[in-house]
Design a protein around this ligand. Sequence first.
Ligand code: GLU
Length: 603
Amino acid sequence: MSVRRLALPIAGVVASVALVVPPGHAEPSPDALTHAPQAKVPVAEGYGGAVATVDLDASKAALGVLKQGGNAMDAAVAGAAALGVTEPYSAGLAGGGFIVYYDARHGRVVTLDGREKAPAAMTETSFQENGAPIPFADAVSSGLSVGVPGSVAQWELALKKFGTLSLKDALKPAADLAARGFVVDQTFFDQTQQNAARFADFTSTAALYLPGGAPPPVGSVFRNPDLANTYRELGKRGGSWLYGGGLGAELVATVKTPPVRPGTTRVVRPGLMTTGDLRAYRALERSPSKVRYGPLEVYGMAPPSSGGSTVGEALNILESLPEAGLHEYLEASRLAFADRNKYVGDPGYVDVPLRELLSDGFAKERACLIGPTAMPNPAAPGTPDGTYPGCQLDGAAPPPGVKADQPEGPETTHLVVADRWGNVAAYNITIEQTGGSGIVVPGRGVLLNNELTDFTFGPAPGDPNLPAPGKRPRSSMAPTIVLKGGKPVLAVGSPGGATIITTVLQILVNRYEFGMSLPEAVAAPRASQRNAAATQAEQAFIDRYGAELTALGHTLTLVPGPPVGEIGAATGLEFLPHGRLQAVAEPSRRGGGSALVVTPARR
Ligand code: GLU
């Protein structure tokens, strides 16, 4: 087995994955009010629509919408709102996200940008003091890092343009779920535990997530009646309740004066957000990024996310090489990250050369830097200027101020939905860090995001991702839809900060270069090279490929946690022959995900 022309031992990779789900598990009653734990299954096959999320309750909420005649966009919004209940440390109405959507009626891919924005009062130096960046840990739990939330505006835009449900109806499953509660699993417990110290420093957060001073135990039922009411009121009043109304005023008050526990020694910087910032917020429809990859067209999220451009550039580089194995995967990713770090930011503020970054000429020029052994680190960014005479060996260091690997949070979430009409949604939703800012809006049951920590704090002259008034921080989120002959064949995405990009890229490489099935591609061990000296990897990846890759000059290190040793938590779906749908989630990472289909296939 060679890591250059790879023949992976794929049978071993997924030995534990149930490829077809017993119908009793694949189609639980969406109305079941029981709190008895049900098994989550990572793969489901069938017809009439499919859903995959990290969580059974959220998958059920989305599936219920499909069963009641809603389309993929309706179900995506319902699923995202439900994730705001059961995955509240990763998703929520005070966060943001990106949707890549295949609109079957018009046969086109569109994207909806619900990315959080900087307040109007934010400047290039807002995350600096005395000319130096403030400690990252301080920014994480602060009002300062709270971006103007985009999710609610995005949901309204999504439903208005592509859905059939009212906001009220789309939020109903989530409101009901928040009211009746869900069973605490190990992942929820662990995430609460990991956040306990900072949650304890905010009175509203401690009251909700540390009842009695400790995380709710595994197996207990966790209810969030405040969130249930917030969703219900939001459904009745509409987004203007947040964007200029009473809910918005409460958010602003919380951001400006976080409910800090008396006596805490934590430095909690207040935020800059105003009700005017909320009023000015708009979710945006944007053109997707697009690259051709063999017979496929790969659509992703264009800037302000770097997901589509970086995945796309790396695929282009791989395609222009004579062979693509794991060594080439790592090198293509390294080069694409060098370019991402130099060129990608909010296109409203930065002239992002997206066309050139995704051009074949640029890919060829970059690809010719890849040799038989690992290139020196860090790789310098290329020059996507439309002139590609050949290899550009013009220096190895990135420009001053551009860090090779920005600190981005380890958590968000991703869901996929396909409906009976052929619409497909790939949706990344986030509040940035696991637990966001750590600040719950008192009486509302919702955590505020800390998305503005995705900005480069600086000083970093020339960095495209410095903060500015109203700017959207660069994201790595990479919801992706693959078309063949104009029809969707696959959708995929993942959480994981900047590792989102490499997870999506690796799954596509596993699927289309190495011939794995989608469940195999998702389950396979991961590695993430982001133009850093060492490639972060899971232990199973190191065990299998470490020796050969090390011999080629790569350095592999175990990815730090939490959770230690895991990269990503992907969800995806594939259109199999004869109209059969395959929904795919993680078999084990983050406790495993939940795949469901409307009508399960017979085994
Ligand atoms: N804030 C991250 C981004 O937009 C996503 C959150 C995460 O997965 O860490 O890229």
